[in-house]
Write a protein that binds this ligand. Structure first.
Ligand code: ZN
Length: 250
């Protein structure tokens, strides 16, 4: 029992990394290699389960915008890939390691290249800040906590293996679950910085989220991207602050 507690406390101190741009210390129990492997296998599943757009011009356009943002991300070690999926759902995401997917549905909402860059910057920011891995790490710790408790309560060993169990489950679904509000703001901040560095107009980020806000008020059913990315006044005000904080020179 005492040993497990020490291990748990030890992990809390050892597994810390820092996010880019925002410089937040984050708890991390997943190595970059593990994360890359997870992203790659998840990307294969996405490709298998989706209809890839046959629109070559559109694929090229998204690739060009993605590469322009990736070029200022400082992660030339990522296996960057940009794919458009033929799906009317407004959605986009970036898996760990730089596999980015855009649904045609979100491209119906974006009005220009700077707004596509807004979504691109935001999604890439989630991967740069390792939000998926951080969430899995937190999940693992809460399960380790449960394991410590299980040992203390003399739960039979066959039920104590929550760590492996939980890790298996979260590694399956943890990458595409919605992020917390904190992660959303952080991705906005990093995303605005990235689009600005890449030469896009950050004020279009405000326009995009204002449009999203209007859309969410108009639409009767909740759109998946809007439900995980609430476009409310708080978010828009925060983005305005991030734009104001950008350095005067690129
Ligand atoms: Zn997000």
């Amino acid at each position: 029992m005492r040993f497990r507690v020490i291990v748990l406390i030890g992990l809390l101190f050892v597994g810390c990394t820092t996010t880019p741009v925002t410089n937040r210390t984050q708890f991390m129990m997943i190595s970059p290699d593990q994360e890359m492997a997870l992203g790659a296998s998840e990307a294969q599943k996405v490709v298998k389960a989706s209809k890839i757009s046959t629109d070559k011009v559109l694929q090229e356009r998204i690739k060009r915008i993605g590469q322009r943002i990736a070029a200022v991300s400082g992660r030339s070690d990522f296996a960057w890939e940009f794919t458009v999926i033929d799906d009317a759902t407004p959605n986009a995401f970036c898996l760990p390691g730089g596999k980015v997917f855009f649904y045609t549905g979100i491209l119906k909402i974006t009005e220009n290249e700077d707004q596509i860059a807004t979504v691109m910057g935001h999604e890439i920011a989630h991967a740069l800040a390792r939000h998926g891995a951080e969430r899995m790490s937190m999940q693992t710790v809460s399960n380790l906590g449960a394991q410590v408790l299980a040992a203390a309560l003399n739960v039979p060993p066959e039920y104590q293996n929550l760590y492996a169990q939980a890790y298996g489950v979260t590694s399956q679904v943890g990458l595409i679950l919605p992020y917390s509000r904190k992660f959303e703001h952080e991705a906005d901040q990093i995303g605005v910085y990235l689009m600005w560095r890449a030469g896009y107009n950050p004020s279009q980020a405000l326009k995009f989220w204002e449009n999203m806000g209007r859309l969410s008020k108009d639409s009767k059913k909740t759109l998946p991207f809007l439900s995980t990315h609430p476009a409310d006044d708080e978010r828009i005000q925060e983005i305005r602050n991030y734009i104001a904080q950008l350095p005067s020179q690129r």
